[in-house]
Write a new protein. Structure first.
Length: 284
């Protein structure tokens, strides 16, 4: 009997020992799982912080070719200028003064029209406001300078600032703009065998501009006055102060069209007023 008790006690002990061992292993696996989940949460939080951390250049005014560009840190992370001013800015001032004079003239002459309604003034004032807005947009918009040129200029300015000991609040190790920074100052990877047939003549799709240090397509032209490559180049307008390209072509033609429409509408209101006055005099 004693031997059977001893055997039973030994079996119980071994079972309890096995249970204890299993319990400790289970606890260890729980600890490892909790640590792995914590580490995963930490990595996710760090990734979120990195994504939220925006790479921004400081507010600055740079000269890209002969075009003066105003970069603001809150506008597209300071990588794209909010305002641009061309080299022919004195003619731009003359154009702005002329536009203001026309606006004042239309407003003053509209007061002289007797036979008018609320809609007449609403139409005239709307045309004036839209015309002036389109004029300033065409003058101050980016004419078509590519983002790669801006990146090169900003990168060069960043190197100058770091050499001078000026902090630029720009983190090159961040992941959000890492791909953009790799392409700065480098040629675009294009197929060298890519060609286009223009007037039955075989010509390359891309060419390299040594002055701007970028590759450009057939729609891009290097303006000698602005000294920069303009995408969708149409012509260089001295009154707008810079080139008319892909960025401000719509504003340019909108301004011209609205000037013509304003003259036609205003002259129509004036002739209608004269007609009403003539009818009144004839009736008398």
């Amino acid at each position: 009997m004693e031997e059977t008790k001893d055997n039973s006690n030994s079996t119980y002990k071994t079972q309890f020992d096995e249970i204890d061992i299993n319990d400790t292993s289970h606890l260890k696996t729980q600890d490892s799982n909790s640590q792995s989940t914590k580490s995963k949460h930490k990595i996710k939080n760090e990734q979120k912080v990195v994504k939220k951390k925006k790479n921004t250049y400081r507010t600055q005014c740079l000269k890209v070719g002969e075009v003066k560009c105003l970069f603001l840190s809150w506008y597209k992370q300071g990588r794209t200028p909010l305002l641009t001013l061309g080299p022919s800015w004195p003619f731009t001032i003359v154009l702005i003064l002329f536009g203001v004079f026309l606006a004042v003239f239309f407003i003053f002459m509209s007061k002289m029209i007797k036979h008018k309604s609320v809609y007449t003034e609403l139409i005239l004032y709307s045309l004036i406001i839209i015309n002036i807005t389109a004029l300033f947009m065409g003058i101050l918009q980016n004419p078509g300078i590519s983002q790669q040129i801006f990146d090169i200029k900003l990168k060069q300015q960043l190197g100058k600032n770091t050499a001078k000991g000026v902090s630029d609040q720009f983190d090159e190790d961040s992941e959000s703009d890492e791909d953009d920074l790799e392409s700065v100052g480098q040629k675009k990877k294009v197929d060298p065998k890519a060609h286009i047939y223009y007037n039955n003549i075989k010509s390359p799709l891309y060419q390299y501009c040594k002055q701007c240090q970028v590759q450009y397509d057939r729609e891009t032209y290097h303006c000698e006055d602005c000294d920069v490559c303009i995408k969708g180049y149409d012509h260089h307008c001295i009154f707008f102060g810079k080139c008319i390209g892909e960025g401000n072509l719509c504003s340019f033609w909108t301004t011209i069209a609205l000037v013509f429409v304003s003259f036609v509408v205003f002259s129509g209101f004036v002739f209608f007023d004269f007609y009403q006055r003539a009818n009144k005099t004839d009736s008398k």
